[in-house]
Design a protein around this ligand. Structure first.
Ligand code: AMO
Length: 462
């Protein structure tokens, strides 16, 4: 991998190869560690592509002793082969320039040697990202988003952007953030539900990846007040069709991350107990653990594109939970406890389909053969709900009745209902909680680990 020399440095850490031996180069980054053996110093320096070993002696050794760890430096020197076990090349420094000094003590240790709480790390997120296990999560996030975009475009979906400041609630419910909009009440969008449905009239298949807002007071590891969702809506497809689309999308994301971002994936699945600099012997175990959990390992490695995703109806889920001692009747929602029990029975990805109509929002279509049931589904990973979706009610009169039945004011939905007079096609779609998917893909136990600057009831900064 080569990159043209830039203004300050000539090479990145991962560009230092055999061809450069005996050549003078310059590298820039942050000092992670210094091993001082008296006459010689071994400096570990990191840039965004990896770690470098710098050898310093004489005056430079005295200089490096005065520079605090995590300071930003430029090193000029000659590349040589290294005798160390875990590095192939090193740079014998002939000049070190301090670009920016790091204060001491730092609020967290970005080498990961001293563990800090998630809260403390988020308070210093920019610094936290110098820990490769943390930055790996955000590189994986970026790659997953790219795969999702490519995948949906390959299925002929058009990416759209809909307003986030809206005049009426989209999903119903009380979890709306209200704001003042030039003297009028406005709300932050809970989802693009109404817009994406309307857009099927003209674009047929749309998707949106955007931030949505819910005034969730719940203090859980899976709820945020601002989260990223991937939303899809498609004309002339039934809910079973869009279930297949989301299943294929999940398979594709796992496959791409495994093939294109294997090193980052390993980092996030490793239980790193050793310093980041040491190659971890459990790398392959880490990926094996991931495959097992995802259901793509049966002794021999299976292709993630073949991943089977089980389907169970809501009624079966209730039966299974009764068998586990939960006292549930048809029509009851599945509590956190119930979902955890169900997750214990169904590890990995699975769908729960055909929920009772009474548990679903006004826009969900009933089943023709049983009006108490809905054409709807959730995609779960263990206890965690990742996706919810379904077929929509596209008959304007029935839709208006459902709005009233659910205690919402139809005057707030006038613009929406108008679109249903213009030849609204039958349509289905889903919303995927992207942050939750990233939790699963990176083996993170708290959604805050996969969101750069999370927002919840307690946190409005940084
Ligand atoms: P729902 O409300 O189930 O459905 O949201 C869709 C998915 O978004 C994620 N999610 C959240 N993630 C983090 N923090 C939150 N507070 C949060 N709330 C929801 C979940 C959830 O499965 N309009 C429908 C979707 C549709 O039918 O198309 C909707 O918003 O992973």
């Amino acid at each position: 991998m080569t990159e043209k020399p830039k203004m300050i440095r000539s090479h990145l850490a991962d560009c230092i190869t055999n061809d450069l031996v005996d050549m003078d180069i310059s590298v820039a980054g942050w000092i992670e560690d210094v091993r001082d053996i008296g006459k010689l110093g071994f400096v570990l320096m990191r840039d965004f592509t990896g770690m470098m070993q710098i050898i310093v002696a004489g005056d430079l050794l005295s200089q490096i002793r005065t520079i605090p760890r995590q300071s930003c430096v430029l090193v000029e020197g000659k590349v040589q082969r290294s005798k160390a076990k875990n590095v192939d090349f090193e740079i014998k420094a002939n000049k070190i320039s301090l670009i920016a000094k790091a204060i001491h003590p730092l609020p967290i240790d970005p080498t990961g040697r001293v563990e800090s709480s998630t809260d403390k790390r988020i308070d210093s997120r920019a610094l936290d990202l110098r820990d490769p296990k943390v930055s790996a999560i955000f590189r994986l996030r970026s790659s997953a988003l790219q795969t999702i975009r490519n995948f949906l475009r390959s299925r002929r979906f058009t990416e759209v952007t809909t307003p986030k400041i809206i005049g009426t609630s989209t999903e119903g419910g009380a979890n709306l953030f209200r704001c003042d909009y030039f003297g009028k009440n406005a709300y932050l969008a809970q989802s693009p539900q109404l817009y994406k449905e309307q857009l099927t009239v003209g674009l047929e298949r749309v998707f949106e990846i955007g931030p949505y807002f819910r005034a969730e007071k719940s203090h859980t590891v899976r709820h945020l007040a601002e989260f990223t969702s991937v939303d899809v809506e498609a004309a002339f497809l039934d809910y079973t069709d869009v279930m297949e689309i989301v299943a294929d999308l999940v398979r594709r994301v796992i496959s791409d991350l495994m093939h294109l971002c294997n090193a980052d994936l390993k980092l996030t699945w490793q239980k790193v107990t050793e310093p980041n600099t040491v190659a971890n012997r459990n790398e392959d175990e880490a990926i094996h653990k991931m495959k097992e959990l995802f259901g793509i390992s049966n002794g021999s490695a299976l292709d993630p594109l073949e991943l089977k995703i089980e389907q169970l109806t809501y009624e079966r889920a209730i039966d299974e939970l009764r068998g586990q001692g939960e006292s549930l009747s048809f029509g009851d929602d599945l509590s956190d406890m119930a979902l955890r029990k169900l997750g214990g029975l169904h590890k990995g990805f699975y769908f729960i389909t055909d929920w009772p109509m009474r548990l679903k929002p006004f826009y969900i279509h009933e089943k023709e053969e049983n009006q108490e049931l809905s054409c709807s589904f959730d995609l779960q990973f263990g206890y965690l709900e990742l996706v919810s979706g379904g077929r929509r009610q596209h008959d304007p009169d029935k839709l208006k009745n459902r709005i009233i039945e659910q205690g919402l004011d139809p005057s707030g939905f006038v613009d929406h209902l108008r679109a249903f007079q213009w030849g609204m096609p039958p349509h289905s779609g889903w919303g995927l909680g992207f942050d939750r998917l990233m939790m699963v893909l990176t083996n993170s136990q708290n959604v805050r680990e996969v969101v750069l600057y999370p927002r919840d009831a307690e946190r409005l900064g940084p």
